[in-house]
Design a protein around this ligand. Structure first.
Ligand SMILES: [Zn+2]
Length: 137
């Protein structure tokens, strides 16, 4: 039992170390970081998602990003997470898909992208519009 606890502690420390280093690298290389303003507590209530959310340390990584951005005078932009995974980052067409569909395939413009990468492009664009860096169309 003590051996299992040690292993769990080791994995938790490795995860924390990875999140620290990633937040540090992002805050050092980007002057603006755009993230979805999600309520992590509500997401954790979803049984299908809660383990993944805990495993990736979503809440912890958000705290690290806030701290590192403040420390490096960077800007952390939180944008409303409306249809970031559904909307096409190229043409804006809404492409409905369930959580299990991991690839974005747009019937409008033909764009094929990893679901998360498509969402990241939408988050970046919405964040930059929010701070007035690019105009809203
Ligand atoms: Zn499209």
């Amino acid at each position: 039992m003590a051996r299992m606890q040690k292993l769990h502690a080791k994995v938790a420390n490795q995860r924390k170390d990875f999140l620290h280093k990633t937040a540090f690298r992002l805050a050092n290389t980007c002057s603006v970081l755009c993230v979805e303003d999600r309520n992590i507590r509500n997401l954790v209530k979803n049984r299908k998602l809660s383990k993944s959310i805990h495993d990736t340390g979503c809440g912890m990584s958000r705290q690290f990003l806030v701290y590192k951005c403040e420390h490096n005078a960077g800007q952390l932009v939180k944008m409303k997470p409306h249809f970031t995974t559904q909307d096409c980052s190229n043409c804006g067409k809404r492409v409905k898909k369930s959580l299990s569909v991991r690839t974005h395939v747009c019937p409008g413009c033909g764009l094929v992208l990893d679901r998360d990468y498509n969402a990241a492009l939408n988050i970046e664009k919405a964040g930059l519009i929010q701070i007035g860096f690019i105009p809203a169309i």
